[in-house]
Design a binder for this molecule. Structure first.
Ligand code: FES
Length: 156
């Protein structure tokens, strides 16, 4: 049996806790453990971007045809990655895709009409981007959208 004094035991225990904590948070932010929904990526054929205006052709974006649908828009030309949710028949909400805590991609929670972070920090944002709960301290950036016939126009 190896003798270990109390002070060494506490030091070794603290090192073990530190390693465990680092594993939970990963390199780029909170680890993702929960899946709130499976918000799909936008159909690339439905999106055009002219440098300042993003246009979504709703007739080629099946996920946005019904209230409660949402898509994630990742495009390297965009200044911000987005999540688009159809919250009412003629109302869309557009927000930054990445959680303001550590940048995990948000999901649209259609039952509660909120954006939720699936990470351990469990941040929740209202449709206007305000923090509701969780570890994020900054609100989400949101964007105005104009709906005309089957086209959604977003200035980014
Ligand atoms: S990244 Fe930590 S709560 Fe969203």
């Amino acid at each position: 049996m190896v003798d270990i004094d109390r002070r060494d035991f506490i030091k070794k225990g603290a090192a073990g806790v530190a390693v465990t904590s680092a594993c939970l948070c990963g390199v780029n932010g909170c680890a993702t453990y929960t899946g709130i929904s499976n918000t799909p990526a936008a159909n690339p054929d439905s999106i055009t971007f002219d440098g300042s205006v993003l246009t979504v052709n709703l007739s080629s974006e099946p996920a946005l045809r019904q209230v409660g649908g949402a898509v994630k828009v990742r495009n390297s030309d965009l200044p911000d990655e987005l999540i688009i949710a159809r919250v009412e028949e003629n109302r869309f909400v557009i927000a930054s895709l990445l959680c303001t805590h550590r940048g995990v991609e948000l999901e649209y929670d259609r039952e509660n009409t909120r954006f939720k972070c699936p990470s351990l920090g469990s941040s929740v944002f209202a449709l206007d981007g305000a923090n509701v709960s969780g570890m994020a301290r900054k609100p989400l950036r949101t964007y105005e959208a104009v709906l005309e016939s089957n086209s959604l126009t977003i200035r980014v």
